[in-house]
Design a binder for this molecule. Structure first.
Ligand code: ZN
Length: 236
């Protein structure tokens, strides 16, 4: 569905061939990419690009408008060059597990307590999410941790789909995740569904089944305001 951001249809793709379209200072635009641009609380991918007799590190990836810019350390490929890209897969896979863990967490808290997420962020092996909750006790987070691990053990399927905008707007669950904040003009909405648990408009990379997340632990919880409470997770 998206032949530019290759991870939108296949999160498990680690490599690609691409052509360099533009180069500015240390930043490179390619005609397609497996590198995820920092967005939605998920950090950028790292990795390498290579071309005949050269090799450079990709240390950051950002989106500007419709373009994805790769920050490169080392030699710079010229425009028009064919390059191979390869992800730092252990970092990316850890981020996929963390991202799916957060969707399980928000699915459980929505299902059992009806609380909305206000923000999310993740790094390899760790993640945090803030909720519209007035109270957060140790008993509460212990119970949430148990329920999240139950959903991981259930090994639910994580399904990525592209829906026409009108169809996406008709799904009540998607409206709760602020699909209405999507920019005008987007005709297809990418949806990440944990079958039987959670459904969100989402651009991130996920594992294929919840079992891949591995066991999670709640390693902290704190108040970030009267109706804003934070839960911190360690993954695996
Ligand atoms: Zn997400």
């Amino acid at each position: 569905m998206d032949s530019y951001q290759l991870y939108h249809t296949d999160s498990y793709l680690r490599e690609m061939d691409a052509e360099v379209l533009r180069v500015e200072e240390h930043w490179v635009v390619l005609d397609r990419t497996v590198f995820y641009a920092q967005s939605g609380g998920q950090p950028a991918d790292h990795g390498i690009i290579t071309w005949p007799e050269e090799r450079a590190q990709v240390v950051d990836v950002r989106r500007h408008g419709h373009e994805i810019w790769h920050k490169v350390e080392g030699p710079l490929p010229p425009a028009g060059m064919r390059v191979q890209g390869e992800l730092d897969w252990s970092r990316r896979y850890a981020l996929m597990r963390a991202h799916t863990a957060l969707h399980i967490l928000c699915g459980v808290i929505w299902r059992d307590y009806g609380a909305h997420v206000t923000s999310s962020s993740m790094e390899p092996g760790k993640a945090r999410q803030d909720f519209e909750l007035e109270r957060l006790t140790l008993d509460f987070v212990t119970e949430v941790e148990r329920c999240v691990n139950t959903e991981i053990e259930a090994n639910r399927e994580v399904r990525i789909r592209f829906l026409p905008r009108a169809e996406a707007f008709a799904i009540p669950d998607l409206i709760r995740t602020k699909v209405n904040l999507l920019p005008e003009g987007i005709e297809q909405v990418r949806v990440a569904e944990i079958v039987g648990l959670d459904l969100q408009a989402d651009g991130g990379t996920h594992v294929a089944r919840t079992g891949e997340v591995g066991r999670v632990r709640v390693i902290g919880h704190e108040s970030k305001g009267r109706i804003n409470k934070r839960v911190r997770l360690a993954i695996g």
